[in-house]
Write a protein that binds this ligand. Structure first.
Ligand code: GDP
Ligand code: GDP
Length: 435
């Protein structure tokens, strides 16, 4: 079931970032603190009462120039209402209603999506006066809150997560869903167009479709594959911050909806922070991943440059050594269908199940050769192993002291699983359980 995407929109200074931090700070939001990954995220995974969602703050995408701020806010509200599952529209209860609020409300009212109108900065005990000013926005009952003091945030989250089950009813599409993702200008649209050539079939029956179809069918050797969220690729803006916001919303949404994420990189530029973050996000969400290095035509002048480029890239991506890398050119069409072949093979890998007997026979000797030890030096006994799930594969290790197995040993086991059984392109999960 796709995790829902909740976007926070509103004018500057109404308290969007404060609300974002309040919501993710209260919960066990996943905050990554790895080298090479900054913590200035404007989106985060969190949950309320066991219901998971991804929260995005448009306040992180504000242009520096005053005369583009208003346009950017409107553009981002538009994207939020089209792409997110729910919009939190924040207004300032201290300032009261201002014309810009009405203009944003006008955009939000047009869509079918659920909008929650949050009147922030209601710090005191009697919200009525501050709230009544906002009924006229035509977005239903305004919900009072104080992001700063953390008041009524629980009520708000009850509303946000209240109808999660309703999004759960979409029929499962048996076609392989491939998302082509990557930062702006890496060549995503070019690749989609190159793959489709003339043979363009548009899906019209997808749930969630408003006016435009959001996915595209690719016919490949008689099989239908879905390229997800291709409509989002056509979006244009002159404002850099809006482009970044579109890019991240589309990325998150596409990852949620896909079976396989093809992360496109631009060979003519070095690997950037944003590229790594996209790879990280797909891996975190346990999708099968293929890395496709596009614009290879600009690099492959001679063998030596190509080899050196590839070596350096693999070195930078060594944390993700299990991901396959394909070198392509959407422009010359070089190896573009290899991307699809590799995506299909990664999908086969993520659906693979290793029999319990085989798993124990093969991994048993590795565990005997290097048994896990607790910090105090006590040996941890792994009794048996079973693959309890596919897509993503989950391996359960039944042992006497499940909490004592450290990260280093987890990596050892994961490497052994990969060296014996493959799972190329597939994030795997290891779970340690009491026998
Ligand atoms: P954003 O631009 O919409 O992201 O707004 P910020 O989150 O940066 O907040 C703008 C200002 O409003 C900051 O000075 C916050 O401390 C203040 N603020 C945010 N939430 C509240 C609140 O609930 N009550 C009060 N009194 N101030 C708040
Ligand atoms: P998107 O923003 O990721 O969808 O990127 P586009 O498909 O719009 O491509 C961005 C730019 O890169 C355009 O100018 C393309 O012509 C160019 N481009 C795309 N693929 C290739 C390629 O394989 N080789 C070269 N040299 N340029 C490419």
């Amino acid at each position: 079931m796709p995790r829902r995407i909740v976007a926070i929109v509103g004018r500057p200074n109404v308290g969007k970032s404060t609300l974002f931090n309040r919501i993710i700070g209260q919960r066990d939001a996943i905050v990554h603190d790895q080298p090479g990954v900054t913590r200035d995220r404007h989106y985060a995974d969190t949950d309320w009462a066991g219901k998971q969602f991804t929260l995005i703050d448009t306040g992180g995408y504000v242009p520096a120039s005053d005369d583009t701020i208003e346009t950017a806010i409107r553009e981002q509200a538009q994207v939020a209402i089209e792409e997110a599952d729910l919009v939190l529209f924040v207004v300032d209860g201290k300032a009261g209603q201002v014309p810009a609020d009405a203009s944003i409300a006008g955009i939000l009212r047009k869509a079918q999506k659920k909008v929650v109108l949050v009147v922030n900065k209601v710090d005191g005990d009697s919200p009525h006066g501050q709230v009544s000013d906002f009924f006229s926005l035509g977005l239903g009952d305004p919900i009072p809150a104080s992001a700063l003091l953390g008041r009524r945030i629980g009520d708000l989250l009850d509303i946000v997560t209240g109808d999660v089950a309703a999004t759960d009813t979409a029929p499962v599409d048996p076609r392989l869903k491939i998302a082509i993702i990557g930062k702006p200008n890496v060549g995503k649209s070019s690749l989609v167009n190159a793959l489709l050539q003339q043979d363009r079939h548009i899906v019209t029956d997808m749930p969630g479709t408003t006016r435009d179809p959001i996915d595209t069918i690719l016919k490949y050797y008689g099989e239908e594959l879905l390229l997800v969220d291709t409509a989002g690729l056509r979006r244009k803006s002159k404002i850099k911050e809006s482009i970044e916001f579109y890019s991240i919303v589309r990325t998150l949404k596409s990852i949620e909806r896909c079976d396989i994420a093809v992360v496109l990189l631009d060979a003519s530029q070095g690997l950037e922070h944003q590229d790594l973050r996209i790879i990280e996000t797909a891996v975190e969400r346990k999708r099968g991943v293929v890395i496709a290095v596009n614009k290879w035509d600009e690099i492959e002048k001679d063998d030596r440059t190509a080899r050196e480029y590839e070596r350096a890239l693999r070195e930078t991506l060594r944390m993700y050594a299990f991901l396959p890398i394909v070198f392509i050119s959407a422009m010359t069409r070089q190896r573009i269908y290899k991307v699809i072949d590799v995506a299909k093979s990664v999908d086969a890998e993520q659906n693979k199940r290793i029999a319990t007997s085989e798993l124990n026979d093969v991994l048993g000797p590795d565990i005997v050769a290097l048994p896990p030890k607790s910090r105090s030096g006590k040996e941890i006994k792994i009794k048996y192993i079973s693959q309890v799930k596919t897509k993503p594969p989950v391996f359960a290790f039944f042992c006497n002291e499940p909490t004592m197995v450290d990260d280093g040993y987890r990596r050892y086991l994961e490497n052994k699983i990969r060296s014996h059984f493959g799972f190329t392109g597939v994030p795997v999960l290891l779970s340690f359980k009491q026998k």
